[in-house]
Write a protein that binds this ligand. Structure first.
Ligand code: FES
Length: 105
């Protein structure tokens, strides 16, 4: 298990425990204030959209073209920060990651 620092849509930061090996979306989906992830992780909905804090971005895998295409069409798109959390594995290297939920409920 590792720690995620999750900022909800009201700007409140929460400390959340998550199991390594899960997608970050799977962890966020379990939270009352989390993501809906309506496509279930198929990179087809953008309802798992998060903004990742700058110090963590280099630890993430590069976006694939389908993720970029989908997320860049959202109102909350910020090129350097936007990720689809269903495309991110939660690993020990990401213990302590800080991110903000921006997808619509
Ligand atoms: S859950 Fe649909 S794109 Fe991530």
């Amino acid at each position: 298990m590792g720690l995620l620092r999750v900022i909800d849509r009201d700007g409140v930061e929460h400390e959340v425990q998550g199991a390594y090996g899960q997608k970050i979306m799977e962890i966020l989906r379990e939270l009352d204030y989390g993501v809906t992830a309506i496509c279930g992780g198929l990179c087809a909905c953008a309802t798992c959209h998060v903004h990742v804090d700058p110090e963590w971005r280099d630890k993430l895998p590069a976006r694939q073209s389908d993720e970029t295409e989908l997320v860049s069409g959202t109102e909350e798109y910020v090129a350097e920060a936007s990720r689809l959390s269903c495309q991110l594995d939660f690993t020990p290297a990401l213990d302590g990651i800080r991110l903000r939920i921006v997808s619509q409920e």
